[in-house]
Design a protein around this ligand. Structure first.
Ligand code: NDP
Ligand code: 8X3
Length: 252
């Protein structure tokens, strides 16, 4: 069994790779940070006695995506599960003050990157006659919140693409699932706040957020249902969070 995970150098993607490796899958890990890919690949191979293929590329660069996927050896092409996970939020601004470069990074990564990967890998899955695509959405793709505008829009797009993919890939025996988490403490907020670790920590102040392993377990669970069962869509939140704007914190 083979799982292909985008954005496996940190957070949810990394925890997901670890869990699939623990369960005997061979893993294709991807990301831009090559040093992390090398270290993580060595860790997975030595700990779980599985095979790992590392692909170092930026999902926003179509040519890099194409040549990385074209380089996959024949014996790695029987991909059972694709986890379209690489993504990010950058900045928290009103629409009138938003930075165009932040918007472009989010649109290029969360929408276009996911599309580039999917466009290259679906013909391989179709040729195989099976597959399962797990798209990383968000509660931000179900409801908007103040200053979330473009990030929310990208995740609403993922929600739409998830539904479209399920229709179009139905004749090819390819399952399609969306996982939509609320707050998960990873590097996500550090990226969103552009390296301001103090501000990132504050996002989770006074409550217990989800951790990457909670989402990894959910992804592993959906991927390990029997062939006749597909989980279409999951929303998963910390118990302390009710929706994108209401959470209960100890200091409230
Ligand atoms: P992290 O920042 O911890 O991890 C993000 C991963 O995405 C990294 O491995 C990073 O790798 C990769 N990535 C980002 N940009 C690119 C790019 N241009 N090319 C290739 N890889 C890229 O965040 P999370 O694990 O929290 O986020 C994973 C997904 O989950 C995202 O889609 C996010 O929107 C979603 N999500 C997160 C939530 C949260 O609260 N944390 C809640 C809901 C959804 P590298 O930098 O090495 O390229
Ligand atoms: C990440 C969750 O609420 O910060 O997608 O947008 S949120």
């Amino acid at each position: 069994m083979i799982v292909f995970i985008t954005g496996a150098t940190a957070g949810i993607g990394k925890a997901t790779a670890e869990l699939f490796a623990k369960n005997g899958y061979n893993i294709i890990i991807t990301g831009r940070r090559k040093d992390r890919l090398i270290d993580f690949s060595n860790h997975l191979k030595s700990t779980y006695n599985i095979d790992v293929l590392s692909l170092n590329f930026d999902v926003t660069k179509l040519k890099e995506v194409e040549s990385a996927i074209d380089s996959i050896p024949e014996n790695w092409k029987k991909i059972n599960v694709l986890v379209n996970n690489a993504g990010l939020a950058v900045g928290v601004n009103t629409i009138q003050e938003g930075l165009i470069e932040d918007w472009e990074r989010m649109i290029d990564t969360n929408i276009k990157g996911l599309l580039y990967i999917t466009r290259k890998l679906t013909p391989i899955m179709i040729a195989n006659g099976y597959g399962h695509i797990v798209n990383m959405g968000s509660v931000a793709g179900k409801e908007v919140y103040p200053n979330g505008n473009v990030y929310c829009a990208t995740k609403f797009a993922v929600d739409a693409l998830n539904k479209s993919m399920r229709i179009e890939l139905l004749p090819h025996n390819i399952k399609v699932t969306a996982i939509n988490p609320g707050m998960v403490e990873t590097e996500f907020s550090i990226v969103r706040f552009k390296g301001d670790e103090e501000r990132a920590k504050n996002a989770y102040k006074g409550l217990q957020p989800l951790v990457a392993e909670d989402i990894a377990e959910t992804i592993y669970w959906v991927a390990s249902r029997p062939p006749h069962v597909n989980i279409n869509d999951i929303i998963i939140m910390a118990t302390a969070q009710a929706n994108t704007t209401i959470a209960i914190r100890k200091n409230d």
